[in-house]
Design a binder for this molecule. Structure first.
Ligand code: NDP
Length: 342
């Protein structure tokens, strides 16, 4: 029977400093009637993303809208169509869309991504939000189009055990990199980088100065730096890069919260001296590359050449905790919340 209400996660107030559980509440909301061309989707998995941290603020400038106190959060999700008023998307279709942080979503068929294209036979559902989803796509765009990884390169990835990072390390190798180096927080994650994701060597950025660690890992320098964290690690990488090195600026995990914005911009002289290319990117500007990405990564998955790893929390009530855990480095691979079973 079609549900009349659903549960959502609402932003209670903007965080004062670091977010805390009381900034969020789970509550019941009435579902609207389906209009022409609309779908009722039961969400199965939702993505938990670092960009949400900036969207909780009122001032932080973002590439999408900021959250509004009192209103439900949103974000990437994957679900199954339970009721449809669109001939193009029949009930039973698995769809990806932007209305996560709720158990059911009413959305326009036109706003689904990959309608009818998610094939659970090809890869397990969580992979469609991780390695085969926006996460893997971000890693692929950053390596191929932005940093132009070439055979023989030495590639350095930060937040290397995270969602984008664990994909980037594996893809870099498959794109021909000769050495793949990663940084992560803590000895356990560093060990996992080698064992599970095939990194050649790692540095624990919490254990000491990253610049010294990189000098030890790559005495001859690195060709490409895939930057997920900014701050001290970006500064250290500028010193580690070889002449003509390329940097894909993907994100800045270390820069949430004003107290951490302390890195000396004079490190940028390295970019001048070594003729470096630093290029920021937003993955959604590169949709034209998606068919190529899906084709290649699906092939790598089929051949067992890449590992899709997720950290999964269960139930909508645990979604705010999953976000706080992600921000504190509690995840390996893609952070997801499972909302219901297919
Ligand atoms: P991750 O799975 O990598 O999770 C974030 C990780 O960041 C944590 O696990 C933690 O790992 C690390 N971290 C947290 N705080 C710090 C800190 N102060 N210094 C260094 N590392 C820290 O998230 P995603 O893979 O989803 O995202 C990775 C990056 O990619 C983010 O910066 C995100 O904003 C960016 N991104 C950019 C996109 C674009 O279009 N440009 C699209 C998607 C994501 P650890 O335990 O190792 O510290």
């Amino acid at each position: 029977m079609t549900p009349r209400t659903t549960r959502v996660v609402r932003l209670v107030r903007r965080p004062a400093g670091e977010p805390v559980p009381a900034d969020f509440a789970v509550e019941e909301r009435t579902l609207p009637q389906l209009g022409e061309g609309q779908l009722l989707v039961r969400n199965l998995y939702m993505s938990v993303d670092p960009s949400m941290r900036g969207r909780l603020e009122s001032t932080e400038k973002h590439y999408t809208h900021n959250f509004t106190p009192g209103a439900p959060l949103d974000g990437r999700a994957l679900g199954v169509v339970e009721e449809s008023r669109s001939a193009a998307v029949p009930p039973g279709t698995f769809v990806r869309h932007q209305l996560g942080w709720r158990e059911h979503a009413v959305l326009d068929a036109a706003d689904t991504e990959g309608a009818g294209r998610i094939d659970p036979e090809l890869a397990p559902l969580p992979t469609w939000l991780g390695l085969l989803g926006q996460t893997g796509f971000t890693a692929y765009v950053g390596l191929t189009r932005i940093a132009d990884v070439r055979p023989g390169d030495t590639v350095l990835v930060s937040a290397a055990a995270g969602a984008v990072g664990s994909a980037a390390g594996q893809f870099a190798r498959l794109l021909g990199a000769e050495r793949v180096l990663g940084t992560a927080g803590g000895p356990d994650k560093c060990a996992l980088l080698v064992k599970e994701f095939g990194y050649d060597a790692t540095a624990d950025y919490r254990a000491g100065p990253v610049r010294e660690a990189l000098a030890g890992l790559a005495p001859d320098g690195v060709d490409v730096y895939f930057d997920n964290v900014g701050g001290e690690q970006l500064a250290a990488a500028l010193h580690a890069l070889r002449t003509g090195g390329r940097v894909a600026l993907c994100g800045m995990m270390s820069q949430f919260g004003g107290e951490r914005r302390t890195v000396d911009i004079n490190h940028l002289i390295q970019a001048v001296l070594k003729r470096l290319t630093l290029c920021g990117f937003i993955v959604r500007d590169h949709e034209d590359l998606r068919p190529e990405f899906e084709h290649r990564v699906a092939g790598w998955l089929r051949a067992g050449e890449v590992t899709a790893r997720e950290t999964v929390a269960d139930g909508l009530e645990n979604a705010p905790g999953a976000l706080l855990s992600l921000l504190a480095g509690g995840n390996v691979g893609k952070m997801l919340v499972r909302l219901s079973s297919p």
